[in-house]
Design a protein around this ligand. Structure first.
Ligand code: DC
Length: 220
């Protein structure tokens, strides 16, 4: 039986920072499911597959050898023998991953893979549908939110840190578009599970968010 803590929420809500810090702190595995959708988008781009071609994307997913190397911090994601951790972090992959994630064949394959990775593990699973679809029985579910303004600022700084030249207004409109796409897709849309604790991180430091989460956990 696995023990899963789910952390869902929109882009820039602090999910990745919090999930990775929390996992480290309590000795759980950190599962970044957004990275998996990004990997599918990257592989589709390389194979010139249309981002709404369900059949081809489904076949692609079933042929991918996708695995995390978790003894490094942050964990690395490999596609076959290639470390794609950096290649999946681009504005193009932001939007492309959101597009492929709306395709049912892709969701089915990724959900299966995520559950397989979780088997017998203790993990912090981060994404959009962890609490609602992939691990509905998880005992501890969290949904992080933050104002559009602060989420934009966080993403803006992240992108500057990667050496990109970008305008704040562009970051904001891309963020809005992606959230809209993720929230309105028919399958596994972004939304809090009914039993998730919602944490607004707008005015919180990562340490405060971790503290709030730790207060809710009884890890026995
Ligand atoms: O968390 P992220 O920004 O790396 O996620 C990239 C995209 O992947 C996101 O826009 C929607 C999709 N995604 C999803 O549909 N379900 C998940 N569990 C995680 C991510």
């Amino acid at each position: 039986m696995e023990t899963v803590i789910t952390i869902d929420g929109p882009a820039g809500s602090g999910k990745s920072t919090i999930s990775s810090l929390l996992a480290k702190k309590i000795g759980y595995l950190y599962l970044d499911t957004g990275a998996m959708y990004r990997a599918v988008a990257l592989a589709a781009k390389r194979k010139k597959i249309h981002l709404n071609d369900g059949k081809a994307l489904g076949e692609l997913c079933n042929s991918l050898d996708l695995h995390f190397i978790t003894d490094q911090d942050p964990p690395r994601l490999f596609l076959n023998e290639e470390d794609i951790s950096a290649a999946i972090r681009s504005p193009e992959m932001d939007m492309a991953s959101s597009k492929v994630s709306a395709v049912s064949e892709v969701r089915k394959a990724m959900t299966g893979l995520q559950r397989k990775i979780a088997k017998g593990m203790t993990l912090v699973a981060e994404g959009r549908d962890m609490g609602t679809v992939v691990f509905p029985d998880a005992k501890h579910k969290f949904y992080l939110t933050a104002s559009l303004e602060i989420r934009t600022e966080r993403r803006y700084k992240e992108r500057l840190g990667r050496g990109e030249t970008v305008h704040m207004a562009v970051v904001e409109s891309e963020l809005k578009e992606r959230d809209h796409q993720d929230e309105t897709r028919p399958i596994a849309p972004l939304r809090p599970a009914e039993d998730a604790k919602i944490i607004d991180t707008t005015e919180m430091t990562p340490e405060q968010v971790i503290g709030t989460i730790l207060c809710q956990l009884d890890l026995g």
